[in-house]
Design a protein around this ligand. Structure first.
Ligand SMILES: Cc1cc2nc3c(=O)[nH]c(=O)nc-3n(C[C@H](O)[C@H](O)[C@H](O)COP(=O)(O)OP(=O)(O)OC[C@H]3O[C@@H](n4cnc5c(N)ncnc54)[C@H](O)[C@@H]3O)c2cc1C
Ligand code: SF4
Length: 337
């Protein structure tokens, strides 16, 4: 059994209390919600915080409010199960309900939170290993070492953004509320991420993500597809989030965001722009899928081979668009993919 390193734990009851606690803890402190990502990482000595500030006792961070018509607010500590099974979320933001319901396993979704999923650490085959494994290969720059073992000449880490919900929330135009010692701010979820496997978040370490704000769902339809080896609980090796605003049969706005292909969710803007003003047909879907596969440049540092993941990107984008269009039966899919 791998044991956790020693740490102190505080569980404030308010957001203000949590901000004070994380500021007091300084650089040795970390926030924890469900702990389903952080605790395994601590066991592998990827993080060794001396102080943890638990967020689960803060009632104001839990719950879902609003409706698809007016927009919805989801507390950061709402469990993934609660998000996946919420009828209004499923009605207005189908892609989000799907993504939340595909994270890991039922047990972990009962504990893991939406906020934790948005902030989940980037992953790499050379990093998500025990301390002894990593030591045996000389470590890498994400933790304890100097070079990148995937791209040894590279000055940066290419660990992969592996959140299921982040690409969907990005595609839905979600915003996040952050509260820290300097006050609070609400920013587009897309602004939370940086293209760097180590410094993958743009927020300050002492800022707490308190809620996710979804815009009105009026006219928008969304879908999420996930590629992984085991359907039961693997992280995504590819996630495809599609959100379209339709007027009748014509696409008025479109967003396609790919997960697990880079250190941050990757928006396929050109592919989405090509759909605007078009009807969804086998031809327009195939053209968008071709264009979307372009920005996907998976590296050889997660499960399945990277050429295969790139090929499947095209197929999954086509399938996600077909699902939103409502004609994802086998015949149409064969024509598209
Ligand atoms: C076997 C296994 C399989 C998994 N499969 C998947 C998968 O398929 N897809 C997937 O996306 N994830 C997967 N995970 C990872 C994890 O379970 C989920 O991402 C989960 O949603 C994390 O939420 P949490 O509340 O447990 O986060 P925690 O572990 O508590 O925190 C994760 C990170 O977020 C930070 N954080 C948490 N909440 C906040 C907040 N409110 N404000 C600021 N920072 C915060 C923490 O400091 C930490 O850095 C898996 C984990 C395991 C162990
Ligand atoms: S991408 Fe390179 S630096 Fe980053 S975790 Fe993997 S091996 Fe380490």
């Amino acid at each position: 059994m791998i044991r956790l390193p020693a740490f102190t734990y505080v569980a404030p009851k308010t957001v203000d209390g949590a901000v004070r606690a994380i500021v007091d803890a300084g650089p040795d402190g970390m926030l924890v919600a469900g702990g389903t990502d952080l605790f395994p990482n601590m066991k592998r000595r990827q993080f060794e915080p001396r102080a943890l500030v638990g967020l689960r006792a803060i009632g104001e961070l839990r719950g879902v409010a609003g409706s698809p018509r007016e927009g919805m607010r989801i507390g950061a500590c709402t469990t993934l199960t609660a998000v996946a099974t919420h009828p209004e979320v499923a009605r207005g933001y189908a892609g989000l309900a799907t993504a939340a319901g595909l994270v890991s396993s039922p047990q972990l979704r009962n504990v893991g939170t939406l906020g934790g999923n948005v902030c989940v650490d980037t992953r790499c085959n050379y990093y998500n290993q025990s301390y002894e494994w990593r030591k045996a290969i000389g470590f890498c720059m994400k933790r304890d070492g100097d070079i990148c073992l995937v791209a040894p000449g590279s000055p940066r880490c290419w660990a992969v953004s592996s959140s299921d919900t982040a690409p969907v929330l990005w595609s839905l135009g979600a915003r996040v509320r952050l509260v820290g010692p300097g006050g609070e701010r609400t920013v587009p979820l897309a602004a939370l991420y940086r293209d760097d496997g180590i410094e993958y978040q743009a927020k300050r370490a002492d800022e707490i993500l308190t809620e996710i704000v979804l815009p009105p769902a009026d006219g928008w339809r969304s879908a999420y597809l996930k590629l992984r080896r085991r359907g039961s609980f693997d992280f995504p090796v590819l996630g495809v989030a599609v959100a379209l605003r339709l007027e009748g049969e014509v696409v008025r706005e479109a967003r396609i965001v790919l997960g697990a292909v880079a250190s941050l969710p990757r928006e396929a803007s050109k592919a989405a722009a090509g759909l605007v003003g078009q009807r969804l047909t086998a031809e327009t879907i195939a053209a968008a899928a071709d264009a979307a596969a372009g920005p996907a440049k998976p590296l050889d540092n997660t499960d399945l081979t990277h050429p295969y993941r790139k090929k499947v990107t095209r197929v999954y984008v086509a399938r996600a668009l077909a699902r939103v269009a409502g004609f994802d039966d086998g015949t149409s899919l064969e024509a598209i993919a």
